[in-house]
Design a protein around this ligand. Structure first.
Ligand code: HEM
Ligand code: HEM
Length: 231
């Protein structure tokens, strides 16, 4: 493998990953907190919107961002898992097949968890949906831990820092394998769209946010502010 570093991950993929990490972590840690439901919902919707963006970018984006480049066959996953434990240099320029399985599942859950949360909120069905939402959310949390462990393990076994590659976009490779544009403008638009949505939800929090369940939040506020309602 060449020592030369080439651009592999474009800026939208890296900014997407950063925002997804933050939004998922925020939704996760606020899931059980009283008084934080609007934050939970807003960050959960952000996860879904980011995944929708990534689905489009997976079709029209740069080489290694495309699903056609990294969604693996079952055989390649098995041989990749095997290679984790062999000392051979199995470094890849794009996502590895085993890593890609976790990524595909994370993207799928990144839509299903918010969708089930939305259904709970809008009382689409009876209370079993709450269980489904909690189960899917917990499943996603476990998968995230497996993903982080897999990234760290692969980085250590293959002597390649995958984490810094996701930050800088650079990986060892041949110049001919590099992507040609980093698409920073699109990444900045993505960042501003997310920050704009968060700020809008923040500023309209007293009314339950621009996208938010008025009845549920109103009920929560009654719980939180009993003193205001007493006289
Ligand atoms: C907190 C929730 C997290 C979620 C939901 C998540 C999800 C994802 C997704 C969807 C991708 C695919 C990126 C793409 O092609 O667009 C990815 C890749 C990656 N993630 Fe995460 N991630 C999380 C946390 C982390 C953390 C904490 C680390 C650092 C240890 C990390 C390191 C990486 C790396 C290095 C890759 C690229 C893997 C490769 O080289 O094939 N992720 N992650
Ligand atoms: C990735 C995003 C999300 C994750 C990881 C997540 C995770 C969770 C988890 C684990 C719980 C259970 C908390 C408990 O033990 O009581 C929960 C509760 C809840 N979530 Fe989410 N959630 C996400 C997105 C959403 C979204 C987008 C909505 C609404 C649109 C939502 C609405 C709710 C509601 C209403 C509850 C309380 C359900 C109940 O009353 O038991 N969540 N969430």
């Amino acid at each position: 493998m060449s020592e030369q570093k080439i651009l592999v991950w474009d800026a939208p993929v890296r900014v997407f990953h950063l925002l997804l990490m933050l939004s998922f972590a925020g939704a996760w840690f606020t899931a059980e907190l009283d008084g934080w439901r609007l934050t939970h919902i807003s960050l959960g919707y952000t996860v879904a919107a980011l995944v929708l963006f990534r689905l489009i970018w997976g079709v029209v984006g740069t080489r290694y961002a495309r699903f056609s480049e990294f969604v693996p066959s079952p055989r390649s996953v098995v041989s990749d898992l095997g290679s984790l434990f062999s000392k051979g240099s199995e470094q890849r320029v794009g996502h590895s097949p085993a890593g890609a399985v976790a990524i595909v599942l994370l993207l799928a859950l990144g839509l299903l968890v918010p969708l089930s949360g939305w259904a709970v909120l809008n009382e689409v069905a009876t209370s079993w949906l709450e269980e489904v939402h909690e189960l899917l959310g917990t499943g996603m949390g476990i998968l995230v831990l497996a993903h982080i462990a897999g990234v760290l393990l692969a980085s250590w076994l293959h002597r390649q820092n995958l984490v810094s590659a996701m930050v800088t976009g650079l990986k060892p490779g041949e110049p001919g394998q590099a992507i040609h544009r980093s698409w920073w403008t699109l990444a900045v638009v993505l960042l501003l769209a997310v920050l704009g949505f968060w700020s809008l939800q923040w500023r309209t929090a007293a009314q339950g946010g621009v996208i938010g369940p008025q009845q549920v939040l109103a009920a929560q506020q009654d719980d939180r502010e009993p003193a205001d309602n007493e006289d």
